[in-house]
Design a protein around this ligand. Structure first.
Ligand code: F6R
Length: 365
């Protein structure tokens, strides 16, 4: 049931404040403002020496964001792989490793094979899945469920942000268990998480502006997405979302990689979407943005009020998001990224919920 929406994807984008809120309530104790996992972990984060995260597509980008969180908040080194590479690479896993798998469907063939490989190597396995009866859920040692509800649109939206919420909570729990975070740090971070559903709802009010921008984007042949830090995996996600539903070619790059190649592509015909909340790497991204502007590139900047005030560049369209805790921006910035892809696809007249050549669940490799 699409309720009053034109597509399941639109409905699922708009459901995010609610389902991310449900997911949050499962992992956070609201009264004490502490992380409280719904299951007891069969290992102690103090003993975890390395985390390996494996997933496909959008789920792998959630994993990529989580890499930054586990490394910063818990000081655990993280390796991230797409499952199709991990499963055949014969990556050595050791005692003390934790293997994390992320999947909406819980049936993705490559992710399942990667999980079986990790189990055979004898390490702890933990999966973040949306379908609790799925094969990946059944075969994992620990299951952390996302409460996104059924996701019908082929392009993943609400599953992605719910995965981020689970992984953010887990990273805080890990930081706490390892003594990297104090009680005070934990409360502050949890505060930040509790705010997310409200901030997502605020981000949804930007839809009319994004709808207008989508008309320009729909005239382009190629679009570049740039981000730094946790905004980098979100740039990858933005490019994936745009190409899969609008069929416009898009690429995501780490902003700092611009001058190592992609800058050669910049001209007035290729819009550049820059995802840059005013965080610790903001100024670096602004200087990359100036390089784009100097070459006639048209920029769409997703930032907050502070960022908008500081980034005074001509030929710039700014999408101003609410101010928020710097640690968890990807959950909120995912909204304009998804809306831009969605409205561009609507302008293009593609089959938004069932894009060509794609299946919701990839059960063959
Ligand atoms: C993109 C998309 C895919 C899936 C990928 C993994 O919008 O939906 O990239 O994220 O096929 O699927 P799951 O999460 O079911 O393992």
């Amino acid at each position: 049931d699409k309720a009053n929406y034109r597509h399941f994807m639109a409905k699922e984008i708009h459901e995010q404040p609610e389902v991310v809120g449900h997911t949050l309530a499962r992992y956070i104790d609201m009264a004490s403002e502490r992380v409280m996992l719904p299951v007891k972990l069969p290992f102690d984060f103090k003993d975890v020496q390395r985390i390996s995260i494996t997933a496909c597509g959008t789920a792998s980008y959630a994993g990529y964001v989580a890499k930054y969180w586990f490394e910063r908040l818990a000081r655990i080194p993280v390796e991230l792989d797409v499952a199709s590479e991990f499963r055949y690479r014969e990556a050595p896993l050791r005692k003390g490793d934790l293997a994390i798998f992320i999947s909406q469907s819980g049936e993705t063939a490559d992710t399942l094979a990667a999980l079986r490989y990790a189990k055979a190597e004898g390490v702890h396995t933990l999966s973040v899945v949306n379908v609790p009866t799925s094969t990946i859920a059944r075969e994992s040692e620990t299951v952390l469920q996302t409460l996104a509800g059924p996701e019908i649109g082929v392009a993943s939206t609400k599953a992605f942000t719910c995965q981020l919420m689970v992984l953010a909570s887990l990273a805080v729990a890990a930081g706490k268990a390892r003594g990297e975070l104090s009680d005070e740090d934990e409360i502050k971070l949890v505060h930040g998480l509790v705010e997310i559903p409200r901030l997502m709802a605020a981000a949804l009010t930007l839809e009319p502006q994004i709808e207008k921008l989508a008309r320009d984007i729909s005239k382009s042949k190629d679009v570049l997405y740039l981000g730094r830090g946790t905004s980098y995996p979100l740039a990858l996600e933005g490019a994936l979302k745009l190409k899969e539903i609008s069929y416009i070619h898009a690429e995501g790059y780490a902003a700092g990689e611009l001058k190592h190649g992609p800058i050669a592509l910049i001209d007035e015909n290729m819009p550049v979407v820059v995802i840059a909340p005013h965080d610790r790497v903001f100024e670096k991204t602004v200087s990359n943005m100036q390089e784009v502007a100097a070459r006639g590139g048209n920029i769409i900047l997703m930032t907050d009020a502070k960022g908008a005030a500081e980034a005074t560049i001509e030929s710039l369209v700014t999408i101003v998001l609410p101010d928020m805790a710097a640690a968890f921006t990807p959950m909120v910035y995912a909204i304009p990224v998804q809306l831009l892809a969605y409205h561009t696809a609507v302008v293009m007249g593609t089959d938004v919920d069932q894009p060509r050549n794609l299946a919701k669940s990839v059960t063959v490799e």
